[in-house]
Design a protein around this ligand. Structure first.
Ligand code: AMP
Length: 473
């Protein structure tokens, strides 16, 4: 379904596209839920660096602590010691321009006559502007720009008296991408939208249950991955055990392909597929598709490493870690202005002259979004004495913005939306440029029962957008 949404309202004054990480634990024995949540969120830190929060539940009483910053900055031993309970949910939030506010930090707590509910949400609703306007007309007062608050108001206003039914009812009214972890006085709930855009998995730690955006959060606490929450499924965990309901019409499965390309951690497993191995296969496929003569395959660290390994294996060109990454710098995207982004690439990546000098190099990265990273790194690799630099990208060109929760920029900032591959090659200063084909990408990912949303690569948006906050320009 290819659509032209260019006539949509362009109000992006407070951009809400956001990627986040969610975590939840239901303890059947006495375990330290706050420390485990802290560790789980720490493993999900790549999904959001703006704010972090943990809400614990002790015998039905909620205690919520959240603040701006990284997980390690927000929590210390003292704060975690105060967060005791038998259940907890946690959240890390991504930074996007204009919405870096504590009011937007999660978990979000709702006190209603039906009972209390805490929510942690990853994704982006496509009908939240309409829903919000309706709710405001009916007297709801919003405290944040979060989509999650729309869900909170729907729960509060629902005519269902049971909190879980009210929550289910509110999910039936919203449309978009969401993986939500919620907590009532006696239950931990994990729900994924009917398209299954964003990841969400269930795991087990001894007798306790855990849920998280990615399975890497289970590894860190010694929990075992059981399975992914299915699209349109709500899993309810309480003293009756684990129950599952399908609360909406099941749509086509549209898991975000960019999670496999870039966003998810390589040590996570999604749909039974190791993210690292999928990326390695993308590199192999790319080597099959791209004819290039070179002395070395060098990854742009760290996102290009798995694909560079695959490329080297397939092409027979030796792999070298010819660019050093300073580990103590955050992701370049988290800085909103272009000037700071430019500077950060230089701080972050340093080519090793002794490896690169006089060599023909294939440089591998997972994606080009605006072209900033490639341009600067190619310049630096050439300055380090490379004879030729061939840029190999282990995904197809990113041509369209994402409205389902990933911050892949407005269309005019996406270099591949209005430039040919030759023009991009010239702009980034490469001797040649190759992208992985969409077929090659599809062949590389073997996630059981998963189909993909590829809107950012082909404009094929699986879920129609509402009005209010979409900018295609
Ligand atoms: P750019 O410099 O704008 O071309 O962005 C491409 C670089 O950013 C690549 O090195 C990617 O690994 C990384 N990247 C791609 N998509 C994202 C995203 N949504 N958030 C943060 N980094 C990204």
């Amino acid at each position: 379904m290819k659509k032209d949404y260019s006539l949509h309202n362009k109000d992006l004054s407070d951009k809400m596209e956001e990627e986040c990480g969610v975590f939840g634990i239901y303890a059947n024995k006495k375990v330290d839920v706050s420390n485990l949540s802290y560790l789980g969120l720490h493993a999900l830190q790549h999904r959001g660096q703006e704010s972090a929060g943990i809400c614990v539940n002790h015998k039905g009483e909620f205690r919520n602590y959240k603040d701006m910053g990284l997980v390690t900055n927000v929590f210390d031993e003292e704060k975690l010691a105060e967060l005791t309970g038998e259940m907890a949910i946690g959240h890390v939030r991504y930074s996007t321009t204009g919405s870096s506010l504590l009011a937007n930090a999660q978990p979000l707590l709702i006190n209603s006559i039906k009972g209390d509910l805490a929510l942690a949400h990853n994704g982006n609703l496509v009908n939240s502007a309409e829903m919000r306007a309706n709710l405001e007309q009916q007297g709801s007062i919003f405290h944040s720009t979060l989509d999650t608050e729309v869900i909170a108001h729907l729960v509060a206003r629902s005519f269902k008296d049971n909190i879980i039914e009210a929550f289910t009812h509110s999910l039936q009214q919203i449309r978009g991408a969401y993986s939500i972890v919620a907590m009532t006085e006696d239950s931990l709930i994990a729900a994924r939208d009917p398209h299954g855009f964003r990841p969400l998995s269930i795991g087990k730690l001894g007798d306790s249950y855990v849920v998280a955006s990615e399975s890497c959060a289970f590894d860190i606490i010694g929990a075992k991955l059981i399975r992914d929450v299915n699209p349109g499924e709500m899993v309810i965990i309480n003293e009756d055990g684990v129950n599952s309901i399908y609360y909406g019409e099941r749509e086509l499965n549209n898991f975000c392909v960019f999670e496999f390309i870039y966003f998810a951690r390589p040590d996570s497993v999604i749909g039974g597929q190791s993210v690292h191995l999928a990326r390695r296969e993308m590199g192999r496929q790319l080597a099959k598709e791209m004819e290039v003569e070179a002395d070395l395959v060098i990854p742009v660290p760290s996102s290009g490493i798995p694909a560079a390994l695959g490329f080297a294996e397939e092409s027979g060109i030796p792999y070298e870690q010819g660019i050093l990454r300073n580990k103590y710098v955050g992701r370049t995207f988290i800085q909103p202005t272009q000037e700071i982004r430019n500077l950060k690439v230089k701080i972050k990546l340093n080519p090793i002259k002794e490896i690169i000098k006089g060599k023909k190099v294939v440089l591998i990265d997972d994606s080009i979004v605006r072209g900033t990273t490639s341009k600067l790194i190619i310049k630096a690799v050439k300055a380090a004495g490379a004879k030729e630099v061939h840029m190999a990208i282990s995904s197809p060109p990113v041509t369209h913005p994402c409205f389902y929760g990933l911050d892949t920029s407005r269309r005019k900032e996406l270099i591949a939306s209005n430039n040919s591959i030759e023009e991009i090659c010239k702009h980034i200063g490469a001797d040649s440029l190759g992208y992985l084909s969409q077929e090659g990408l599809a062949k590389s990912i073997k996630a059981n029962g998963y189909d993909f949303c590829t809107a950012c690569l082909d404009g094929d948006y699986p879920l129609e957008l509402g009005s209010g906050k979409y900018d295609f320009e």
